[in-house]
Structures are given as C-alpha cells and as structure tokens.
Design a protein around this ligand. Structure first.
Ligand code: CA
Length: 169
C-alpha cells in the first residue's frame, strides 16, 4: 500500500518535511520519484522519533515497514508507516502490519518463538525465561486450535485480535 503522492500533494509535502528533518544531510530538499524509494534514513534515526522512542516494538515497526527489511526507511516506506498509523487506515491494513511486527522470525506465522520474543520485548526482561515459557505454554494451549503451534494470518485475524493490542496504532 503506497500513497500516490500526486493525489495528496499537501500530505506529501508535510511528510517530506518531517522525513527530511530526520537526516537533512541525506534527504534532498526536492526529491525525484526515484529518490522517494531509494534514499533511506537509517533505522536508528527513525527509532529516535518522539512517536516511537518509548515504544518497545520500535525496531520491529521499522523493520516491518522497510522494503530493505533492515528497518531503514525510504520516503515511500515512511509514508506507508504514517498512513497505517493514522486513524483513517482500514482495520485490515492495521492487522496486516501488526501481524508483520509480531512475526519476529519472518516465517509468515506467529509461533512460539515469536511469542517468546514478544514477551521479552514487552516485559523488558522483568520476567525470567521460565516465566516466559509458562506464559507461552498457556497462550499456545488456549489459542492453538489445530495443535501445530503456528498461527497463520487468517487465524490471527479471525480469532485472536486480542494479541495484537500491545502494538498501538
Ligand atoms: Ca514467525
């Protein structure tokens, strides 16, 4: 999903200003269409944005929206992220990206490893590995209807939206 800049010139200009402020040395004042997808702001600069810096999922959020998969965002990636976080974004799109953010190992499923990585991220190491295992066991037991310990996207969307709540869109 990408904003068509020509249809939203005002939004495009405002977002470009915001994007350029992150790294004025990298982002040209006037961008060509090619540069909108090739000039990237490094992930560590994006993570310092006020909207993200307190969010424990900031790294995964950057990775989920980056076409390079490393969390470095082009202007197009940045526009996608802002549009998904806006109140107007359709719920299905939000769920799609929330799933991507939770799929830590990027295998297309939410499995036990993702759950453990998610717990570590959310609790900032306040719980022991044993406690993480216990919680993961419980969640898997309650939510895994077919017993394969993997949730695919349709399953998450149909039955387990509750697990998507911690990522605030
Ligand atoms: Ca996974």
């Amino acid at each position: 999903m990408t904003f068509q800049l020509r249809q939203f010139p005002v939004i495009g200009r405002t977002v470009h200003k915001r994007f350029r402020e992150l790294r004025p040395d990298l982002v040209p004042r006037q961008m060509t269409e090619g540069q909108a997808s090739t000039v990237r702001v490094p992930r560590d600069c994006i993570e310092k944005m006020p909207e993200l810096k307190e969010n424990p999922f900031r790294r995964r959020i950057c990775e989920a929206f980056s076409r390079d998969g490393q969390g470095n965002l082009s202007f197009e990636d940045f526009l996608d992220a802002l549009s998904v976080f806006s109140e107007q974004a359709p719920r299905d799109i939000k769920v799609f990206y929330a799933f991507k953010i939770y799929d830590f190992d990027q295998d297309g499923f939410i499995g036990r490893n993702d759950l453990l990585a998610c717990l570590t991220t959310m609790t900032r190491n306040e719980l022991s590995p044993e406690e993480h295992q216990q919680i993961a066991d419980k969640v898997m037991e309650e939510a895994d209807v077919d017993g394969d310990e993997l949730w695919d996207r349709p399953l998450v969307i149909s039955g387990y939206k509750a697990i998507l709540r911690p990522v605030k869109f």
